[in-house]
Design a protein around this ligand. Structure first.
Ligand SMILES: CC(C)(COP(=O)(O)OP(=O)(O)OC[C@H]1O[C@@H](n2cnc3c(N)ncnc32)[C@H](O)[C@@H]1OP(=O)(O)O)[C@@H](O)C(=O)NCCC(=O)NCCS
Length: 219
């Protein structure tokens, strides 16, 4: 069981994080993996009503990784917490499979009343760096939260949301495929090449316009 968890989660990092170069590197250097493994132990104690022990293990995990996952939170398979520092996942949060979370994300509550007060996140959701997802809201599968978004209302499946409070992007997410930074893969051009390409486009446009000028006007 533990071996399957490690194997499939390491594999997920290898497939989804372009910075992950080897299984050993992921095993040793990815705090997100460590945090989720420690959470499995904390959650075991929590389920067996050893609440203080669960909290203590969770606290040790936070100390070691900078990621705070309440032992009562339910995590899906192949969860990736990239970079990780500052992530907080509350007690009644529930995450589906293949969720991808960046650093400084909070899955938090908006009420101090006991009971369900944290988000439920569907499969294959990406939550951008610094995003705060607050309250007992449902985030549909394949949805993407922009970096620094504050999400306080449910998000339909396949939707992208940005801003404070988060608003849906009109064109929505049409791509269910994963891309590591939550944005459509557009090659990152060298700024000079980008400028050159822009100049070429402008020259072509000017040539076209010039070709359309009646020859009588050309001196
Ligand atoms: C939200 C996100 C998924 C949107 O991707 P998208 O649907 O492809 O959207 P686009 O990039 O086409 O942008 C659409 C509009 O939203 C705006 N936008 C994009 N991301 C935004 C964000 N995080 N906050 C506010 N506005 C944002 C764009 O400026 C654009 O505005 P415009 O229509 O006025 O020009 C993506 O921008 C994002 O934030 N991903 C998270 C990446 C991340 O956290 N990386 C951490 C790496 S360490």
């Amino acid at each position: 069981m533990a071996l399957m968890f490690l194997t499939e989660t390491i594999q997920a990092y290898r497939e989804r994080d372009p910075a992950a170069r080897s299984n050993l590197e992921v095993l040793l250097c990815y705090p997100g993996l460590h945090a989720v493994a420690i959470h499995a132990i904390a959650a075991f104690f929590w389920r067996h009503r050893l609440h203080t022990l669960g909290r203590l293990v969770s606290h040790i995990g936070r100390f070691l990784t900078g990621i705070e996952i309440h032992p009562g939170a339910k995590l899906g398979r192949r969860l990736i917490i990239d970079h990780g520092m500052g992530v907080v996942i509350g007690e009644t949060a529930e995450l589906g499979d293949d969720v991808y979370i960046y650093h400084q994300v909070t899955l938090g509550g908006t009420s101090s009343l006991a009971g369900k007060r944290h988000p439920t996140v569907g499969n294959n959701v990406i939550i951008g760096a610094g995003a705060k997802v607050l309250g007992a809201i449902h985030i549909g599968e394949n949805a993407r939260m922009g970096s620094n978004a504050v999400v306080v209302a449910p998000v339909p499946a396949n939707q992208h949301v940005v801003g404070i409070p988060a608003r849906e992007l009109q064109r929505g997410a049409k791509h269910a495929d994963f891309d590591p930074y939550g944005t459509p893969a557009e090659p990152c051009l060298d700024p000079l090449l980008h400028e050159l390409a822009q100049l070429r486009r402008e020259i072509t446009e000017l040539e076209d316009r010039f070709a359309r000028v009646p020859q009588d006007y050309v001196i």
